[in-house]
Design a protein around this ligand. Structure first.
Ligand code: HEM
Length: 123
């Protein structure tokens, strides 16, 4: 039986594992590495804050994801398949590492946020 997501350390493991896969992902990897040319040293801590705030209400995230993804979309049009794939990779990563209430919650939140970002970005 796997453990649930309990704290920021767990979120760091999840986020690091997820983006390790994304960097070489055949479907959406290029959006991060070639189009956006992400600076991982700043992006990863921002993502720890983002997910920690969602799961544990820390109030430590104050970015604007909509703007970031709209900008990306203007550089290289994204499609629903990209978002669907993002959700599959995220969900698979959660399932590989964790199980429990918070693990279920983060998958649900990821799916919902992915849909919101997708509809607003592709509109
Ligand atoms: C195909 C799908 C997606 C792609 C290609 C994508 C790509 C990106 C890129 C390139 C950045 C900017 C990184 C940087 O330069 O620092 C970013 C930021 C971010 N993304 Fe995504 N993303 C996707 C889906 C999602 C989803 C579904 C979520 C949430 C569930 C999400 C949450 C975020 C957040 C919170 C940020 C940081 C915004 C900020 O505060 O600056 N992304 N994403």
């Amino acid at each position: 039986m796997k453990a649930d997501i309990k704290n920021r350390k767990d979120i760091e493991l999840l986020v690091n594992t997820f983006y390790d896969k994304i960097k070489t992902d055949a479907v959406i990897g290029f959006l991060f590495t070639e189009i956006a040319q992400v600076n991982w040293e700043t992006h990863l801590p921002r993502m720890y804050d983002f997910w920690e705030n969602i799961l544990f209400y820390t109030g430590n995230y104050n970015g604007s994801p909509m703007q970031v993804h709209k900008e990306l979309h203007s550089k290289c049009p994204m499609r629903p398949e990209h978002f669907e794939h993002w959700v599959i990779v995220f969900t698979t990563t959660v399932d590989k590492l964790f199980e429990g209430e918070k693990a279920t919650e983060i998958k649900e939140r990821a799916l919902n946020i992915a849909n919101v970002i997708m509809y607003k970005t592709l509109a």
